[in-house]
Every structure is written in C-alpha cells, then in structure tokens.
Design a protein around this ligand. Structure first.
Ligand code: FAD
Length: 321
C-alpha cells in the first residue's frame, strides 16, 4: 500500500489504533492512554454491550448496570487520560510500506496510520426474527435473552424455552436446567438431535418439542410460541434463541491467514499477538464472551502492545525480553 502521508523519518501521529469501543477496546484505550501512548479508538457504534438491559455479573455492580451506562463510563475513563474516540467503520486495514506500521481506511474514505493495532471488534449475534413485538423491546423487557451465562440466574424457577434443536441448543438447554426445572427445547425447523442426545435431554428432564415454529410473539411479560399443528400458542416466561454468533474478524483476515475456520481469532491473540504489532481482545477472540473477560483481555493486549512498542524504541532491558 502507498504511504502518501508518511514523510521519511517523521514519526507516525498515533502509537496505537484500536478498532472497537466495547469493553475490550475501551479498556485497552484507557490503559494505553495511561501508558502515555497516543491512542485512538474507532468504532461503528455497534457494541453488543449496548444491548445489555441490566447486567448483574459485572464485578463491582451487585445491583446491576445498564450496558449503555457502562460504555459511557468506560468511554469517559479512556478520554479522561487522553484517549481519543471517533466514530466510523473501518473497511480496510493493511501494513504500510517498509514495515512502518499500519493504515486503516474508514467508510468515509479517511485514513488513519498507527504503529500498532488492537482489534476489539466483537461478534454479531445471530438474532431471532419476531412475528409480533419489537426485538429490542423484548430484550429490554427480559422476555428474549441471548446469553444464559449472563442472565440465567435472573430466570431461576421460570418457564424457559430454548429455540434451536441441535447440539448447540441442547447444550444451552442443559445449562439452563441449573436454574429451572421447566426447560423446553424447541426446533426452529426440525429436531436435529441423535437418539443418544435425546436420551441425555430426557434424563435431565428437558422437554423436546417437535414441529416447526410458525410464529414468535413477544408481549411485555412473555414469549408466545406457535408451533405447526397447534392452534394455541405456548407461553414461556423467557426464550433463548441458540443461534450462535458471527465473529467480526474480517479486518484481521486482511492482515494474514486465520487459523480458526469459524472465524474466531486464536485464544492467545490478546497475550501473544496475532502478528507483530497486532493484538486482539474481547469476543472476537475464541473463548468466553463476557464483559469481564473482554476487560481483562483489553488490559493484557494494551500492556503487551505497549511493551512491544517499547522494544521497538529500545526502552527495555535486554534480559527482560
Ligand atoms: C443481549 C445481550 C446481553 C448480554 N449481557 C451480558 C451480561 O450481562 N454480562 C456479560 O458479561 N456479558 C453480556 N453480554 C456479552 C457482552 O455484551 C460482550 O461479551 C461484550 O460486549 C464484549 O465486548 P467486546 O469489546 O469484545 O465487543 P463489543 O462490545 O461487541 O464491541 C465491539 C466493538 O467493535 C466495533 N467494530 C466492529 N467492527 C468494526 C469496524 N469494522 N469498524 C469500526 N468499529 C467496529 C463496534 O462498533 C463495537 O464498538 C451480553 C450480550 C448481549 C447481546
């Protein structure tokens, strides 16, 4: 890629570009700013944390915190110490000539150059399609949920449905049995389970329904599920679609080959890096998709990248490398 903006010998304006302003990117930004690095966080406004109605498993917030409040606090924290936050979608990333850092191109056409990169781009949740009711409102009302680890506790002893009768859905239903004796697995189209898997579910008293879902309706208090061949909808306190998610790893793929066929970045990308000068953190990295994990990985990626930059600058003890 041509480096029109770089004059020979002139340092790049930014030490680090972080893509993503969720818990991972904002933590990394705050750490790097406090390492006195020139850091910019670019994001396209789609952090999954903004979806979180009220999280009760973020350490230090026993009464819970709204995802949007957490992101606002974390943004303010990064900016307080000198981090910059800008909105825009990064559509391309490439190495600059002569190994002089990286260049990102935004959807506006603008470019950003930096010596190091942290990709904290998260994942896209595969959403259920509702026939009645508004999706965001249903999530806010707590009748439609996507993360049993996050909020299964809040639905203890309730009537729970899991949508998606394959191994992924079955595993999610089993997980939710910890919270309720009334867990039902519902196929989106048809049951895709082996006899052995069905037997395991039966032994754990998870009901498996047959028949395609014709309608999904969210009311303020419940989810109504209408199945093929049934006239009346079934009522559940809460529905968990188990459709998985799609990692936003396309920018990493532009820099080199990825090893995970599902597109997640390797689990050690936050500690050992992906490529020299490139780290990743948060949901986009294979592992546990949780705010506290994203925060920890953001801190680690920032520190490793800062040390890598210090190494380039000759400011480390040779025996420490
Ligand atoms: C409904 C729901 C409820 C949840 N509840 C909880 C909970 O209670 N507790 C918990 O621990 N976890 C919860 N989670 C999971 C939690 O939201 C994620 O684990 C967390 O947000 C991951 O942080 P992250 O920084 O890795 O990614 P994200 O928060 O998703 O942030 C990704 C960032 O990358 C940016 N981005 C991606 N690609 C580009 C691009 N090309 N250009 C510019 N910007 C880009 C996005 O704009 C965004 O800022 C929940 C998730 C959902 C969907």
């Amino acid at each position: 890629m041509k480096s029109e903006l770089l004059f020979s010998g002139e340092p790049l304006a930014l030490d680090v570009l972080i893509v993503g302003a969720g818990p991972a990117g904002l933590t990394a930004g705050m750490y790097l700013a406090r390492y006195r690095r020139r850091v910019r966080i670019v994001h396209d406004g789609s952090s999954r944390a903004l979806w979180v109605p009220r999280s009760r498993n973020v350490p230090g917030f026993p009464d819970g915190i709204f995802g949007s409040d957490l992101i606002a606090r974390m943004s303010e924290h990064a900016v307080r110490y000198g981090g910059e936050i800008a909105e825009g979608r990064v559509v391309e990333i490439a190495r600059r000539e002569n190994d002089e850092g990286f260049r990102a191109r935004l959807d506006s056409g603008a470019t950003v150059d930096a010596r190091g990169l942290i990709l904290a781009t998260g994942v896209d949740t595969n959403l259920a399609k509702l026939d009645g009711g508004d999706h965001r409102t249903a999530v806010r009302d707590g009748v439609l949920r996507y993360c049993p680890i996050c909020d299964g506790y809040e639905h203890s002893r309730e009537r729970i449905a899991v949508l998606g009768s394959d191994l992924h859905g079955a595993a999610e239903a089993m997980f939710l049995r910890q919270y309720s004796n009334d867990v039902t697995l519902i196929p989106k189209w048809q049951v895709a389970l082996t006899d052995a898997q069905r037997a395991e579910l039966e032994a754990s008293k998870v009901d498996v329904l047959e028949g395609r879902v014709l309608r999904l309706d969210a009311t303020g208090e419940a989810m109504l599920v209408t199945l093929e061949g049934e006239t009346l909808p079934r009522r559940f306190d809460i529905l968990y679609p188990a459709f998985g998610s799609a990692p936003r790893s396309e920018l990493a793929a532009m820099l080199g080959r990825l090893t995970d066929p599902n597109g997640c970045l390797p689990f050690n990308a936050y500690s050992d890096g992906l490529f020299p000068g490139v780290y990743a953190a948060g949901d986009v990295v294979a592992g546990l998709d949780q705010i506290s994990v994203a925060i920890g990985q953001g801190a680690m990626a920032a520190t490793r990248l800062h040390n890598w930059l210090r190494e380039q600058e000759g400011h480390v003890m040779a025996d420490q490398k």
